[in-house]
Design a protein around this ligand. Structure first.
Ligand code: ZN
Length: 190
């Protein structure tokens, strides 16, 4: 495992965050126990840690599941579903920042190819398609409000310039942002 990737996952162990739960498992060499990265029971030293991709792999290497975080119980969602759900979450939370497959994959500590393949299998559409639909939903929601200008909305949904936003909106929605707002306001009054 690359040091950069290790550091990324280990940071989530220190912070006890759920970012990599279901994607990686923390094997602790000193105790021969493996955990979810977010486990609250223990914070192992990095030199004692090895991350693996599945509970099966950990058990094959001779590690026993932690009784506290029960890493062998996947719950309702399998690892692929968990990864897809996390990608969705990152897309929804990061809407005003540039989001690409590479960025998402980096945040999830997997390869872009793997993320694209797994996500599409789970969801039936690609992360890029989901991003477009979330952007459009948010843009329409903001256009339906009186306050935000088109420039503010274009920034809020991740476009660098209002003109790019307008071209995209026209192509996807069939009318300009201003027309959409007018139509919506008229419809609202009736
Ligand atoms: Zn644990």
């Amino acid at each position: 495992m690359e040091q950069k990737l290790f550091d990324l996952i280990y940071a989530s162990v220190l912070a006890k965050e759920h970012t990599y739960d279901g994607i990686y498992y923390t094997c602790v060499r000193t105790t021969r126990i493996f955990c979810r990265p977010s486990c609250r029971a223990r914070t192992p030293y990095p030199q004692n840690v090895r991350f693996v991709n599945s509970p099966e792999e950990a058990m094959k290497l001779g590690f026993r599941p932690c009784k506290r975080c029960k890493p062998e119980e996947a719950g309702e969602l399998g690892p692929d579903e968990i990864m897809a759900a996390k990608a969705d979450h990152l897309i929804e939370q990061g809407l005003s920042r540039p989001v690409t497959l590479n960025i998402l994959a980096g945040q999830l500590a997997v390869s872009p190819f793997h993320l694209q393949k797994v996500y599409k299998r789970v969801k039936g559409y690609s992360p890029a398609e989901y991003l477009q639909s979330v952007r459009m939903k948010e843009a329409k929601k903001l256009l339906a409000q009186d306050g935000p200008t088109v420039a503010m909305i274009s920034r809020a949904v991740g476009f660098r310039s209002p003109s790019h936003f307008t071209v995209w909106f026209k192509r996807e929605a069939g009318c300009s942002p201003r027309d959409y707002r007018e139509l919506y306001m008229e419809g609202d009054r009736v």
